[in-house]
Ligand binder design. Structure first.
Ligand SMILES: O=C(O)CCC(=O)C(=O)O
Ligand SMILES: [Fe+2]
Length: 291
């Protein structure tokens, strides 16, 4: 079977070109999404916390899926470079708006933003669609709305042998069917700083790390407003860190009622008796600059 080649598009090509590729194939590599300086700084900032983590998630029912030789670390409290860079990236927000925001009340927030370290010995992750996090989404047809999107940034080289994410291009257009075989997937090889932008409908999975080096990625996983997030960000990110963030970034983590704020009644969801939750918490009343 001939699999389509993945499109690799420089970040400078801009939103329309990248969005078209995502719509056609369900995924696209954005070349140079992060600068080398950002990659180097994020790697440095997260290293101490990663050193303190054990491999796998012993006792967690999802351990095989999450990886027994894998470390996953919520990045936000540890990396100012993440908070200043990818979290505030206008391309990320532009694409998210295009994907999620159509009706008043629509919006988006971070499902999880995590470092994924595949250590030597990591087995291939079961192939899946990220939208399966919310099991009822399988009843939404391929033409229906997107539950989530992912910007998976390479912080080390991604190669076929070190566990590069494998994707089954164009499966975002397929209705649910039997299991997809690895032979229908291709490895997404990337340089540090490149990002794989992909649909929650796309079949994919982390690859097997057959080397003696580390494969490190940063997944910035964005979900439609209204979907409960994997991480309870507003209960786990220290308030002192939230206070350093822009209004938009606070909203990404549930420190604000919704985002975008001017796209429907702000205080209807995730509020305190219709009062905007950030104001209720005493966060600054700053009006955001809407992108
Ligand atoms: O680590 C990877 O390459 C992919 C991880 C993934 O798809 C997931 O955890 O949902
Ligand atoms: Fe995934």
């Amino acid at each position: 079977m001939q699999l389509p080649n993945l499109q690799q598009i420089p970040v400078s090509a801009g939103l329309d070109v990248i969005f078209d590729a995502y719509q056609a194939d369900g995924c696209v590599v954005i070349k140079g999404f992060l600068s080398h300086t950002e990659v180097e700084k994020i790697n440095r900032e997260v290293q101490p916390a990663l050193d303190g983590l054990q491999l796998g998630k012993p006792g967690c029912a999802l351990e095989d899926f999450l990886g027994r030789h894998t470390k996953r670390l919520p990045v936000t409290p540890h990396s100012q470079t993440f908070r200043d860079g990818p979290l505030e990236n206008d391309l990320v927000h532009g694409l998210s708006e295009r994907v999620f925001v159509k009706e008043p009340g629509d919006g988006y927030h971070i499902n999880c933003a995590q470092i994924i370290d595949l250590s030597p010995g990591s087995k291939a992750q079961p192939l899946h669609r990220d939208q399966d996090l919310w099991p009822f989404w399988k009843y939404v047809p391929p033409s229906g709305p997107e539950a989530c999107i992912n910007f998976l940034c390479a912080l080390t080289p991604f190669t076929e042998v070190n566990g590069a994410t494998r994707v089954a291009p164009r499966t975002h257009l397929d209705p649910y069917q039997g299991a997809i075989s690895t032979t229908e997937t291709v490895p997404v090889e990337m340089n540090p700083g490149d990002a794989l932008f992909f649909s929650g409908k796309l079949v994919h999975g982390g690859g097997e790390n057959m080397t003696d080096g580390l494969r490190r990625g940063l997944a910035m996983h964005i979900a439609r407003s209204g979907l409960l997030t994997e991480e309870a960000h507003a209960l786990t990110i220290p308030r002192a860190i939230a206070e350093t963030m822009s209004y938009r970034a606070q909203a990404m983590f549930g420190f604000r009622s919704t985002w975008p704020i001017d796209h429907g009644p702000v205080s209807t969801f995730w509020a305190n008796n219709f009062e905007e939750i950030g104001e209720h918490l005493g966060l600054k009343k700053k009006q955001p600059i809407v992108a």
